[in-house]
Every structure is written in structure tokens, then in C-alpha cells.
Design a protein around this ligand. Structure first.
Ligand SMILES: [Zn+2]
Length: 151
């Protein structure tokens, strides 16, 4: 049915109605709002990445690597969609309590994630170790350490 929906979207675009019906047909993403896991998971990865890109374009955020940035958002949101089953959610809440807005907290987590992913490519550690290290680093991450990093 996927092609059916894509076809419908293309048709609406043709009619210029995609802007009217866009809300129903595509994923709307705003990193400063809590993301509903059911809605988020209904869309496939490429649609999630596109929604993140659209948000940053609308917000006029200039990014050195738009796709990498969007992918990082998507991976963090995927982990958040797992809810309490994944430690990332509590890290996000903690960072927000410490004063980061949701978007910035996602960037902070995403930075640790990207670091671990890169280490995973260059080290011979087992994936399980990488996960443990990732969560350990997240536990050490604070709003203050992130802000300092950004300077
Ligand atoms: Zn962002």
C-alpha cells in the first residue's frame, strides 16, 4: 500500500493541495515538542529523516551536514520511542531539568551517539560494550558539560 500513499501524495502535490493535506499525509516533526512514539514509528526511516530535515529548513538552522544531523536526530528519537525500556529517555528528561530545551538535549545525546558510532567503526569492541559505554557516557553528560562543549 506504500506506493498507493506515495501516489496520493504526488497527486496532491500536482493539485497544490499537499500543503492543505500535508499534516495528514506526512510526518510533522518539532524537536521541541514531545514526539508520540506510535506516530513516529508508523513512518519509515526515510520519512523520519525527511521530517527532521524539513523542520531544520523551516527553522533556518544552517547545518554543515544536513543528512548526518537528521540521521542523528532520528536515531535518538528512535531510542526515545522505546520509552522506559531505553535509558536515553531519562537522560533527556534530566538534561531538560538541567536547563536544555528538548532540541538542544537531542543534540547533546546525538553528539555522544555519533562519537560512539565512530568509535564502533574504528575499535574492535563488541556491540554490547559499545552500548554500555554509550549509556555510561550519557550518564556523565550534563547540560553544563554540553554548553561548555558548544563554546
Ligand atoms: Zn537539530
Amino acid at each position: 500500500m506504500k506506493s498507493g500513499r506515495a501516489g496520493a501524495v504526488a497527486h496532491l502535490k500536482l493539485l497544490g493541495l499537499d500543503l492543505v493535506f500535508g499534516g495528514a499525509m506526512s510526518l510533522q516533526y518539532d524537536p521541541d515538542q514531545p514526539v508520540d512514539p506510535d506516530t513516529w514509528l508508523k513512518f519509515d526511516e526515510s520519512e523520519r529523516i525527511e521530517a527532521v530535515k524539513q523542520y531544520h529548513r523551516r527553522a533556518n538552522v544552517r547545518l554543515p551536514n544536513e543528512r548526518l544531523h537528521a540521521v542523528t536526530h532520528v536515531i535518538v528519537e528512535n531510542q526515545l520511542a522505546l520509552g522506559e525500556a531505553c535509558p536515553v529517555e531519562s537522560v533527556l528528561f534530566r538534561l531538560m531539568e538541567e536547563g536544555l530545551d528538548r532540541h538542544d538535549a537531542i543534540h547533546a545525546i546525538g553528539f555522544v551517539l555519533a562519537e560512539r558510532l565512530f568509535a564502533g567503526l574504528t575499535e574492535k569492541s563488541q556491540p554490547a560494550d559499545l552500548n554500555a559505554e554509550y549509556f555510561e557516557k550519557l550518564n556523565r553528560l550534563t547540560a553544563a558539560s554540553w554548553k561548555e562543549h558548544g563554546r
